[in-house]
Structures are given as structure tokens and as C-alpha cells.
Ligand binder design. Structure first.
Ligand code: AHR
Length: 508
């Protein structure tokens, strides 16, 4: 069954510029994110630093602009000094967040070299769970200090005379959550974040400092946490974070496909709370949002066949190095959700300035690797890479008329869309999702106001088997296909969207 939707695009309805840093990702020391992910000396494609060349190529193709590092839960137990200097002297430690042995072979200097090769900027997180202001200041001096102080000179002696110039910093990670080492109350965290940010600003004005917001909208403290933290830290920070992971629960595909309704609610509620504090404190500055972790993640699922041996070792009390953990294998439906979350992030670009797909390689990631073997694209790779490449210029707010269906997240529009317009390049991109589980949607898009005349490219992610996946055995089972239905007549684009699909159109 086919039904229809219509969209009107108005070039004057500008939301915000497309922030390049909406296309960030996240690398955490955990599972095989780093070891045999980014880093595998001896791999046939390894660089002289031991980074996997095949992964670097895929990261560049993915179009990742920013990479958050080194955690995540990991950062709350991390001593950054462990990861610098001669490798043979670096400590091996028990890593409590993921129950593994951290070898510290990779630290900030190696990661900065990797990020340069990947063409990505670093968003660095400091440990405010089990450490304090001074360690954050030391790390800041080590990475950004001009030669002439002990810590900056140590960086130079470790091979990097030029400061890294890292501008964007996370003040801890998920400190509202009881799973976090050193978790605390909003009052305690707000004071610590304020004092840490004040000190970091004194060392280096102009940093972008992100306070921890809520770990997800289901936290009992959601809303109140943001208010209390910002009442303490408003003057000292520039952004507050949101984190969210979604998965299909109990076979309720409709509610899963509507995940972006929760993301939208998260963003608008966080923005409203920040604005409440702004009014209350009589401030003029507006706090931005860093959606610094988001993805599909099947939390709590039993270990897969390849994860099982490591899970058993951890259960037996061992501390393996780089165990297989969180190696979710994504389906077409998962990728459609990722595409629709990107649509929501773009449409909220008036407030969301950073966003990081969590994570990057092997651990709930768009890129998978096999030790000594290949690297391949998961289904979720495709909507991310295409959005990162095509979304340029400004974000426009489209007017969408579509049917709805009931979901556990409320009434879910069948069709959702985001539009970007690049006047200088004479092009626009339209990203569309069809959440309908059985029927196609014929969508007409009135783009008269853009003054464009042709559909240059139309690509769709869809499969008759919406649970199809790319795996080691079949690495290219799922990909993008040309959507031949796309047509342009008299300022109106028409396109057919198959059920459970994501589509990107380029207009010129
Ligand atoms: O990305 C996996 C984990 O999810 C991160 O370590 C943590 O911040 C979040 O709970």
C-alpha cells in the first residue's frame, strides 16, 4: 500500500548554519575500539605508528569531523599521565569501567597523531569522577601549553613540539549515573564543574567547555540535574551534554523507528532548562548543546558468539586486554534509525552544535575490523557518511504534512525530513525517512523557493529484509541503492520511499 506526504521548503526558514561538528564520533578505551580497532601494529595496512591504514581510510570516508576521546565511562578512572612517555615504562592497570587491562600503549600523543591522519579534530574529556581540578589543568598544559613549562616541554620531549590546540573539553562523563566511577549529586558536580571550568578558563580563555547533562531522558534527575549544574556553572561553561542510545525492545519496531521523538524532546527540554537558568540568573549568554554520545545500542543483550569467550573470562574474574565487547551488528532498520536521528540533530542545529556518533570502530560502531583481517562498513555507516558529506550551507526548517501512527513514544510521523541549502554551491540536500513498516510513501517536495532545477543524486537505504546486516562473512550485503523514482518537475520533487527506509537527495 502506498500513501503520500508533502513537504514545503522555504529558503527563508533558516534554522542555523550546518555545524560541521555535528558529524563527530567517539573513541573510548574499551573493548576493541583502540586495540585491533584503530591500532594494530603488524596489520598488513599498519602505518609506521601501528595505526590500521584500512580503518583510517574508512574513517575519512565516513567524514568524521571531531572525535571525543578517551571516554566515556573509561575516563572516570583514567590517569592521563599513564599514556605518555616511553611505552616500556607505561603502567598496565585494571580498567574498572569495562573490566579489562589497560596497557596504555596508546595515550594522548599517539591519539593526536592518529586524529591528524584521520583529518579530525579532538574533543578531549577530563576525569572528574576520581580526579580533580589540578589533573585537568595539568592535562590542559600538557596538550596546549607553549614550550617553556615543564609539562609542555615534556610533550615536546615526547615528540610533539607544537601544542595540539585542543579547544573543546568535556568536564567529566555521565556523573549523574550510578554506574560511573565517582558519580555524584548535581550539587556536587555543579560545583566541581564550575571550579574546574573557571580554572581552565584562567589558564586558557576561549575554550569550549561542556558540562555533563543527563545520561538519558529516563534518569530520575533529568531536568533538575541540568538546572542545578547550570546554576553553579553557567558563567564558566559554554555547553551542556546529552547522551542517548536506542534499541528495538520486545519486537516493538514502530517505537524504535520513532526514537528521534525522544531525542527531540531531550534537546528541547535541555535547551528550555538552560534558558530557564539564563532568565533566573539574568544572563545574556546562551548555553549550547553537545549531543556528545548517541547511537543505536542493544544494551543488556546476551554476548554474541564471538564476544562469549571474553564475557566468560571477565565473569571468571580475569582482566583481558581489549576483549570483544559491545560489538553490535547493525541491521537496515538500525541504520534507518541512525539516519532519522541525524535528521533530528540537523533540524535542531539552532541549539545542538556538537554531536558524536558513539562509537567509531568495533564498539557499537559504524566500522568493524577483524584482527589481521579486513575492515568493513556496518549498515549505519551509510546514512552517517552521506549526511556528513551532503549537508552543507544552512539548515532549513521544512513544513511536513504526513500521516502518523501510534507508538510508545507518542504519535509518530510516518515521514520525517531535514533540508540543507548551500546557496554558494547552488545545491541543496534533502534527507528523508519513511518509518512506515508496510507501505511506501510518495513524497512531493515543493522546492520552488530554492531556484534549483534538477535531482543530481538520489540514494536510498532499504532492503526487503529490514534485519539484513553486513558481517565478516558478507561485508557488502547492505548498501545504498539509486532511487530511480526521484523526479523534478516545475519546482516540485517527487520521490517514492520504500517502507523502513532512509533517503538522501541532492538537488542542483
Ligand atoms: O559508549 C558506551 C558508554 O555509554 C560510554 O562509555 C558511556 O559514557 C555511556 O554510558
Amino acid at each position: 500500500m502506498t500513501s503520500s506526504a508533502s513537504i514545503t521548503v522555504d529558503r527563508a526558514a533558516v534554522v542555523a548554519p550546518v555545524h560541521r561538528r555535528l558529524f563527530g564520533a567517539f573513541v573510548e578505551h574499551g573493548g576493541r575500539g583502540v586495540h585491533t580497532g584503530l591500532y594494530e601494529p603488524g596489520h598488513p595496512t599498519a602505518t609506521e605508528d601501528g595505526f590500521r591504514g584500512d580503518v583510517l581510510e574508512l574513517v575519512r570516508e565516513l567524514g568524521v569531523t571531531t572525535v571525543r576521546y578517551p571516554g566515556g565511562n573509561f575516563v572516570s578512572g583514567y590517569r592521563w599521565e599513564d599514556g605518555i612517555g616511553p611505552r616500556e615504562r607505561r603502567p598496565r592497570r585494571r580498567e574498572l569501567a569495562w573490566h579489562a587491562t589497560e596497557t596504555n600503549e596508546i595515550g594522548i600523543d599517539e591519539f593526536a597523531r592518529w586524529a591528524r591522519l584521520a583529518g579530525s579534530e579532538i574533543m578531549l574529556a577530563v576525569n572528574l569522577g576520581t580526579r580533580d581540578i589540578l589533573e585537568a589543568l595539568d592535562l590542559l598544559e600538557y596538550v596546549n601549553g607553549a614550550p617553556g613549562t615543564t609539562l609542555a616541554d615534556r610533550r615536546a620531549a615526547n615528540g610533539s613540539p607544537d601544542p595540539y590546540g585542543i579547544r573543546t573539553w568535556c568536564l567529566g562523563n555521565e556523573l549523574d549515573g550510578q554506574w560511573q566511577l565517582g558519580y555524584m549529586t548535581a550539587d556536587d558536580y555543579g560545583k566541581l564543574a564550575a571550579r574546574t571550568a573557571q580554572a581552565m578558563n584562567a589558564a586558557e580563555p576561549g575554550l569550549e567547555l561542556i558540562a555533563c547533562g543527563s545520561s538519558w531522558t529516563g534518569m530520575a534527575t533529568f531536568g533538575e540535574w541540568e538546572r542545578v549544574v547550570l546554576e553553579h556553572a553557567y558563567d564558566h561553561v559554554s555547553h551542556i551534554s546529552c547522551h542517548a542510545y536506542y534499541f528495538e525492545q520486545d519486537g516493538d519496531l514502530g517505537s524504535f523507528l520513532a526514537s528521534s521523538l525522544d531525542m527531540e524532546h531531550f534537546i528541547r527540554t535541555t535547551a528550555a532548562t538552560a534558558d530557564h537558568v539564563k532568565a533566573k540568573l539574568r544572563k545574556t549568554k546562551t548555553i549550547g548543546i553537545s549531543f556528545d554520545e548517541w547511537n543505536v545500542w542493544y544494551q543488556g543483550r546476551p554476548p554474541t558468539e564471538s564476544e562469549a569467550p571474553d564475557a566468560a573470562r571477565i565473569k571468571a574474574g580475569e582482566w583481558p586486554v581489549a576483549p570483544r565487547q559491545l560489538e553490535d551488528v547493525y541491521s537496515v532498520a538500525d541504520a534507518v534509525v541512525v539516519g532519522s536521528l541525524l535528521i533530528t540533530l540537523l533540524r535542531n542545529a539552532d541549539r545542538v552544535e556538537f554531536a558524536n556518533l558513539a562509537q567509531l570502530v568495533n564498539v557499537i560502531a559504524p566500522i568493524m575490523t577483524e584482527p589481521g583481517g579486513p575492515a568493513w562498513r556496518q549498515t549505519t555507516f551509510f546514512p552517517f557518511s552521506l549526511t556528513a558529506r551532503l549537508a552543507t550551507g544552512v539548515v532549513l526548517a521544512p513544513r511536513i504534512r504526513t500521516g502518523e501512527y501510534d507508538s510508545a513514544r507518542g504519535a509518530a510521523p510516518l515521514v520525517d525530513a531535514a533540508v540543507t541549502f548551500d546557496e554558494a554551491a547552488g545545491s541543496a540536500a534533502i534527507f528523508l525517512v519513511n518509518r512506515g513498516m508496510t507501505g511506501s510513501q510518495t513524497v512531493t517536495i515543493d522546492v520552488t523557493s530554492l531556484g534549483l532545477t534538477a535531482v543530481a543524486q538520489a540514494l536510498t537505504l532499504h532492503d526487503d529484509d529490514m534485519y539484513a546486516k553486513n558481517t565478516l562473512a558478507d561485508q557488502t550485503r547492505v548498501g545504498l541503492t539509486k532511487n530511480d523514482s526521484a523526479a523534478f518537475t516545475d519546482g516540485v520533487v517527487t520521490v517514492e520511499l520504500p517502507p523502513v527506509s532512509w533517503t538522501a537527495l541532492t538537488l542542483t
